[in-house]
Design a protein. Sequence first.
Length: 480
Amino acid sequence: MSPTHHDVVRDEDLPLPLERCWPALVVLCVGFFMMLLDQTIVAVATPHIQAEMSASYNQVIWVTSVYLLCFAVPLLFTGRLGDRFGPRTMYCAGMCLFTVSSLACGLAPGMTALIVARGVQGLSAAMLSPQTMSVINRIFPRSHLGTALGVWGATAGLAGMAGPIFGGIITQLWGWQWVFFINVPIGVAVVAFAWRVVPEFPRLERRLDATSVLLSLVAVFLLVFGLQQGQGAGWAPWIFAVVAAGLVVGAVFFAQQRRAERRGLEPLVPLRVFRNRNFSGGNASIFMMGMTVAGIPLPLMLYFQQVHHLSPLTSGLMMICQAGVSAALSPVVGRLVDRHNPARLCAAGFAVLSAGITLLCAAMSASGSLILIGLALVGIGVGNAFVWAPNSRITMGDLPPDLLGAGSGVYNTTRQLGAVLGTAAIGAVLQIGLAAEAAAGAAEPSGVPFGVALSLAAVATAAAAVISLTARDPHELDRD
């Protein structure tokens, strides 16, 4: 039977009174913040790691790449493990592993040990990430879910802003090792606190279909690895073969889900979840959002440093225009989600985001005015704030409890795949543009290739705005 709003847990059946939900939200968001922070904080420390370890360029790139790879690949599986063993258990286990692997990163004697430890760190992030959204959707009443998701969205905005800034300050004051050591005391405190304030939930007793798990790991690995390595390999034919193989295995995976259901096995992703129009549309939109959020920062930082010759720290501080506005507005937007149609709020957010990126592209390609670019970044920050909580409410807010683990895994995987594709596509267009200017004899790059590359994000967010308008108002579903 297809999931409907009637299957959603009723407020009187929630595991916690409202006043006890907020401490649980805080501890979940702290872990979410740490996980997101470690995606970007290492980038600033990369030159120091390379110099101290006498590492090659390819080795230091893998310090970041292996984290993202090991984070993205098992998300579908770890989301379902939350159903099998309980989201609190998975969250605390993931945070324990994250803490230990952070310590191992800081103590790593060489690049091989550091890369392995970063891979384990990415795996631990995959263990805890789906549990945050799953728990938030299970403990908060519908009347306060938007506010909670607004805090969750503000956490994402703060992490995006804080990564480059914290990374620069910590590396300069104490050395790159402390970029990892700083996680250890925080991680210990989070585990102790989470075990006390996050409730336990009924567990799924049926065993997951092992073939589905294997196919999902192979499919996501091939897709992420191929897209990650594409630019460095010059988009050689073997890259396209790897990505195509990932798509084929992905198709086999979805066929296996249907086969598993017919045989009475527990599929990794119950296909009935996609019959929910809001869930399917919300995932399509968050894929576009992943492309945008991940694809913008690197070209923007390169533009500031190569065209305007700003320092890395000043370039990072320019991002406050975007991330600061997003973090400040997200809780406000969360409260709006509790009162108004989140589909319209989300569509408006994507429209503002697309307009801000379009202004950014025009400013880069024409005048290069930093004031105009700053205004564009403010617009992007406003758009960001109006996307995260409304989109999460649309996508996950009316799923029944038995589908929240699978839904959260799909949602996080979709976002990460969008991020990998956005980084690869925008990076490839930028590389082509810069190469064309160099071939034409330009002594320094202009802003045109950067503006053209980021126009892909403007198109993606415009499409997401249209998709968001097709969603049904969750408040109407709750009243039915």
